[in-house]
Design a protein around this ligand. Structure first.
Ligand code: CMP
Length: 328
């Protein structure tokens, strides 16, 4: 596992590296401020759209109750999918699970259990999470942890997996078979393998927005509300302090002041590579600075003939590379 940050041009000494990092932090802070302003503006526009949708719904269904927030979310996601070429807004905080569901002080009490699964199942779950409109913006680490904590379950044809109006406690990924989604007795759609369902009640802390029934015998992966919300919150709250601790443990960064370390921690992103993956290719333009937090990295260079790879050195936890991107 690696943590990395994009860097700008500067000289290659440690002092210059620190200076370049501080400049980068300032640049990121300014960008953050701009993004915050734009998000605020977009939120205001979202509110107006929601008001107008409510207004339209009222005119369409004068005798019925107005839909709940989650119903609107699910309807909007299904009825108004963004056009393929329409730029989509990626909110930095993708999920707004209501804090009342899990007290942050309980976070350390919750034990996450991981369940063995085949490579195919792991990949199916990851793809399903990344394909879901409400979960696709989760960080890779969160997706991997959710996948890891999902447990297997099977149900027979005809079983009701989710009942509309119930309190929801589980998010599912369908691995085998088919389910039907219905609202107020009317079929909305059917869902096949590789799809997430049951996420709305957990993400929005509302009751189940639809009924889900097994059309065939089905095999599911499931994670409960507490596990799911723990992963969401832990990643946000604890990651920052873990990253700061990690940076403090890197000998070359120990001289940085605490506030610089925590700002650096704020802009770090975790990336996972499998054994044998290339991280940087010789000759490619570099704009990323990496610090190894787990595992080993081999640095090699192509010879003049361009046909042989010479092993130069091996790097491990706390070592960094990609710093030459600082030199442009
Ligand atoms: P949840 O509300 O937790 O439980 C019912 C699930 O059905 C819901 O989450 C979604 O995963 C799914 N669902 C709700 N509305 C629709 C819809 N219009 N189309 C497809 N799936 C839906």
């Amino acid at each position: 596992m690696l943590v990395h940050m994009a860097v700008s041009k500067s000289a290659g000494t440690l002092r210059d590296l620190q200076l370049a990092l501080q400049l980068k932090i300032e640049e990121l802070r300014q960008r953050d401020a701009l993004i915050d302003e734009l998000e605020l503006e977009l939120d205001t526009k979202d509110d107006v759209i929601r008001q107008l949708q409510l207004e339209m719904d009222r005119h369409r269904r004068p005798s019925q109750n107005p839909p709940t927030a989650a119903e609107r979310a699910s309807t909007a996601a299904v009825q108004n999918p963004p056009a393929p070429d329409e730029p989509q807004r990626t909110k930095r905080q993708a999920i707004s699970a209501e804090p009342s569901a899990l007290d942050p002080s309980q976070l350390s009490d919750v034990t996450l259990t991981s369940y063995c699964k085949s490579k195919e199942s792991s990949e199916l779950i990851q793809r399903a999470l990344m394909d879901n409109d409400f979960m696709k913006h989760l960080e890779q680490g969160q997706i991997l942890t959710i996948m890891d904590c999902m447990s297997p379950t099977s149900l027979a044809k005809g079983c009701c997996v989710i009942q509309e109006g119930d309190d929801g406690s589980t998010v599912y990924v369908l691995e085998e078979g088919k389910v039907e989604v219905s609202k107020q007795g009317k079929t909305i759609c059917s869902i096949g393998p590789g799809k997430v369902f049951g996420e709305l009640a957990i993400l929005y802390n509302c009751t189940r927005t639809a009924t889900v029934t097994a059309l065939t015998d089905i095999k599911l992966w499931a994670i409960d509300r507490q596990g799911f919300q723990t992963i969401m919150m832990r990643t946000g709250l604890i990651k920052l302090s873990q990253y700061t601790d990690f940076l403090r443990s890197v000998p070359s960064l120990q001289s940085l002041p605490e506030d610089v370390l925590s700002k650096l921690a704020d802009v770090l992103e975790e990336t996972h590579y499998s054994e044998g993956d290339y991280i940087i290719r010789q000759g490619a333009t570099g704009d990323t600075f990496f610090i190894i937090s787990e595992g080993q990295v081999k640095v090699s260079q192509q010879n003049a003939a361009g046909d042989e790879l010479l092993v130069e050195k091996s790097l491990s936890k706390g070592d960094w590379f990609g710093e030459q991107a600082l030199e442009g």
